[in-house]
Ligand binder design. Structure first.
Ligand SMILES: Nc1ncnc2c1ncn2[C@@H]1O[C@H](COP(=O)(O)OP(=O)(O)OP(=O)(O)O)[C@@H](O)[C@H]1O
Length: 253
């Protein structure tokens, strides 16, 4: 399979957890410099998809192809710290490999976390910690930045500021961004493309196109996308009989 200019391509990808298929036949590609957001209900396989893309989960079928030598930055979901293990931001950025001071300072500035280097991680606010995680992912000058729900726990101005920061990073580094988000209002304004996932790709395309798609409207409603609509899954299209996924149709999850 050829990448045809893409940074990363998933083709016919299926992933199983403990024998249960949680992603089925997922095919898409990420091009240089684009911002792509993955949306979908809880448990729909979004984190699983990201983990498969970074190579942390083996495909049960299909495959993921990355451009040779692709530099990837990854911000995992809900990283928790043990408060009994004090560690400064600077030391955290030096794990697992030591980074020159200049590189640390640059990444912190790009992530909007300048001046935090000597602070204990446990003394950071939620927003500061998210920016430090972003800085860590920027250390290797990624061509593709992958973030799993990076604004969890932030208030709405904090979320908006973080997504603006991501766009600035994309513009200055020229990297592509792939992220999972539940904040539909920002997803629709800040993404070049949206992937709507529910065990498979329900629909994908430019935000304004996806917003009109029957599958998207069934998942998220037709209004401005109140947060509650996100959790309502009322698929109107059929799954074929081979689909082993235990979707909950028309129920709050
Ligand atoms: N390590 C694991 N072992 C077994 N099952 C798992 C594992 N990780 C995830 N799953 C299951 O796979 C399915 C998809 O999980 P995943 O975390 O990818 O969903 P998600 O869309 O990211 O959810 P959320 O929006 O709640 O973060 C869920 O049913 C989950 O319970």
């Amino acid at each position: 399979m050829t990448l045809e200019g893409a940074l990363i391509r998933s083709e016919g990808l299926s992933i199983r957890h403990g024998g249960r298929e949680v992603l089925r036949d997922v095919s898409f590609a990420i091009e240089a410099g684009e911002i792509v957001t993955v949306v979908g209900p809880n448990g729909s396989g979004k984190s699983t998809l990201l983990k498969a893309l970074i190579g942390a989960l083996p495909p049960a079928a299909g495959r993921v192809t990355r451009r040779a030598g692709l530099r990837l930055g990854y911000v995992p979901q809900g990283l928790r710290l043990d408060p009994s293990m004090p560690m400064t931001v600077g030391r955290f950025l030096n794990l697992p490999k030591r980074v020159a001071e200049e590189g640390r300072t640059r990444a912190l500035a790009e992530a909007g976390a300048q001046g935090l280097e000597d602070r204990p991680l446990t003394a950071l606010s939620g927003g500061q910690f998210q920016r430090v995680l972003l800085a860590r992912a920027l250390l290797d000058r990624p061509e593709l930045l992958i973030l799993d729900e990076p604004t969890t726990g932030l208030d709405q101005p904090g979320q908006a500021a973080f997504y603006q920061r991501l766009e600035d990073v994309r513009n200055s580094l020229g990297c592509a961004v792939l992220m999972v988000s539940h904040e539909l209002h920002v997803v629709m304004s800040a993404s070049d493309r949206v992937l709507c996932v529910n065990g498979h790709i329900c629909c994908e395309g430019r935000p304004e196109v996806v917003a009109q798609a029957e599958e998207y409207r069934a998942l998220f409603g037709t209004g401005t996308g109140g947060a509650l609509a996100l959790y309502r899954h009322e698929h109107s299209h059929r799954h074929d009989e081979t689909c082993e996924l235990d979707h909950t149709h028309g129920e709050d999850t």
